[in-house]
Design a protein around this ligand. Structure first.
Ligand code: TRP
Length: 345
């Protein structure tokens, strides 16, 4: 009996705790959907999972434009629910309403040097692409410390991320080791990445990074018209001028999306053979993709609209998840303060 229970525990992986988060700076798009949302819907069946709406992190490069964050918090929550993240199985919470996370950030910041922050490759490339010049907000340079507070504050051990987030996990584990070393006991646990197998979805134009402001993406809330327009403008093979010519699959965004979203891979494989041999036009492949995306996004858009019509319900979901998370983060905060000897009363 005991053995059976142990095995069950192992199969359910209940000892691992998952945390993911999104900066609340915009509604979510198909890139988020294949890269992480679909995975969260699966993981919630097996693991304890928390999803953090990172509004404070969103402010780190939007201090001058805070509406970009405040206006998107409920959009992100509506996106979560619309794709099937279930608030009964997944704790959905709001970063700014968990003060222990900000306090932890303050304590951890004493364990990290400015030089170390400046070496973080993700932050480094973000700084150069955002052209802050010398005016880098202190909050931006230090957001990896705040992310370490998020991860440790929820006792998270497994973090599903893309490659760009690996430096954050490395910095988190450095803080964990330093703190445990100061306390001479294990106060915090290290985390591990769970790297997503799906490769990054290209933007509609096949070149730059997907972004709503560049207009090269398909949002989960996209209307029928927007989907149609995006598919029609999709990058294919610029040398495939004549239907009878052989076409190239590599770099052809229509086929990348068919691979990612079409439910029948054998059919997609036969389309690819036809396209490569010649005789299959881009209009036809785009029509097939458009039907597939319209069918997939329609129920998501409709559910999302229902949630957006009932903001009180969205706020309630967020509030309940946040309250649950506050207790946990407070307990971690007490342990960290004790590690620094700050536990007089
Ligand atoms: N940095 C993450 C991103 O830009 C968002 C995030 C904030 C996060 N806190 C987190 C991710 C904690 C994982 C764990 O997407």
């Amino acid at each position: 009996m005991q053995n059976i229970q142990k095995n069950l525990l192992k199969e359910n992986n209940t000892s691992e705790k998952i945390l993911t988060g999104d900066r609340a700076t915009g509604s979510l798009h198909l890139g988020h959907f294949v890269g992480s949302l679909q995975q969260r819907v699966k993981l919630q069946e097996q693991y304890m999972q928390t999803v953090l709406v990172a509004d404070m992190q969103g402010l780190t490069d939007n201090g001058h434009n805070p509406q970009k964050v405040s206006a998107n918090i409920l959009n992100v929550v509506a996106d979560y629910l619309a794709v099937g993240i279930d608030p009964v199985k997944t704790t959905i919470c709001l970063q700014s309403k968990i003060p222990a996370l900000a306090e932890l950030t303050m304590y951890y910041s004493n364990l990290v040097s400015i030089a170390r922050l400046e070496r973080n490759p993700t932050v480094k490339s973000e700084i150069s692409s955002k052209s802050f010049g010398r005016a880098i907000p202190a909050g931006f340079l230090t957001y990896p410390i705040s992310q370490a507070a998020d991860i440790t504050g929820f006792n998270a051990t497994l973090i599903p991320v893309g490659e760009d987030q690996l430096p954050m996990l490395e910095q988190t584990n450095e803080i964990v080791r330093k703190l445990n070393n100061i306390a001479q006991q294990q106060v915090l646990v290290e985390c591990k990445p769970l790297l997503s197998k799906v490769s990054r979805l290209p933007s509609v134009d096949g070149r730059s990074k997907m972004s709503k402001s560049l207009g090269n993406t398909i949002m989960l809330a996209a209307s029928e018209k927007e989907i149609s327009k995006a598919v029609k403008s999709m990058y294919t093979d610029p040398e495939h001028l004549n239907i009878l010519d052989p076409g190239k699959i590599e770099g052809n965004v229509v086929f990348t999306y068919l691979d990612a979203f079409h439910e029948d891979p054998d059919y997609v494989a036969s389309l690819k053979r036809h396209y490569q041999a010649g005789g299959l036009g881009d209009g036809k492949t785009k029509n097939i993709l458009e039907t597939c995306l319209q069918d997939m996004i329609k129920p998501i858009r409709e559910r999302r609209q229902l949630y957006m019509n009932d903001k009180a319900q969205l706020i309630e979901v967020l509030k309940r998840g946040t309250e649950k998370s506050q207790d946990e983060a407070n307990q971690v905060l007490q342990k960290v303060k004790s590690a620094f000897g700050l536990n007089l009363f």
